[in-house]
Design a protein around this ligand. Structure first.
Ligand code: ADP
Length: 187
């Protein structure tokens, strides 16, 4: 299975992606986690990405393509993968499609959209700010990340709908309930 997870920040992509990856026995790549690791390690990539992330903006597309291609080219991704946080705009989605073709991989199977209302998103991100202290979980940055999602990432739903790959799952409930919904649409 080749799956992309779509959803606003705080919609639960990380949580569901992790369970789904374990369940299907395929790797998961979170571009957000990879970028945070690069920032923490102080790499060139991290130095370029850090300020954009702290401001709640997308980092330049070119910075994430390398991360994704490197991971998808590894042998364990050949059986399938789950992408969390990529693609985030239509340009990235088009690059992903051509990347898979270039790596001789079969195309994506499914785009799973975790749907959560803005109000609930804001509540969750504020809670996460308290619990995890992520730098981009400050109130004005949260607002900006939601705007960026609505403007740039939300149009991807149409992109995948047009390819007949979109499945929308209600992202509110217990982790287990949501997982069952996700499993149903990827079965
Ligand atoms: P969330 O989905 O909770 O907003 P992520 O952990 O997925 O957070 O991403 C955190 C930040 O990393 C984003 O706000 C953005 O700056 C950067 N980022 C992650 N993935 C991408 C991507 N595919 N393209 C551009 N920027 C990205």
């Amino acid at each position: 299975m080749r799956i992309v997870l779509l959803g606003a920040p705080g919609s639960g992509k990380g949580t569901q992606g992790k369970i789904l990856a374990a369940h299907l026995g395929i790797p998961k790549l979170s571009t957000g986690d990879a970028l945070r690791a690069a920032v923490a390690a102080g790499t060139e990539l991290g130095k370029k990405a850090g300020p954009c992330m702290a401001a709640g903006k997308l980092v330049p597309d070119e910075l994430v393509y390398g991360i994704v291609e490197e991971r998808l080219a590894q042998p364990d991704a050949h059986r399938g993968f789950i992408l969390d946080g990529f693609p985030r705009n239509v340009a990235q989605a088009q690059v992903l499609d051509s990347m898979l073709a270039r790596l001789n991989e079969t195309p994506l199977d499914r785009a799973v959209h975790l749907h959560v209302e803005d109000e609930e998103i804001i509540k969750r991100l504020h809670e996460r700010a308290v619990q995890e202290g992520r730098h981009d979980d400050q109130p004005d940055v949260i607002r900006h990340r939601i705007e960026v999602y609505n403007e740039e990432t939300h149009p991807l739903l149409d992109y995948y709908e047009a390819q007949g790959k979109l499945a929308t799952v209600e992202g509110v409930g217990t982790v287990e309930e949501i997982m069952q919904r996700v499993l149903k649409v990827v079965a």
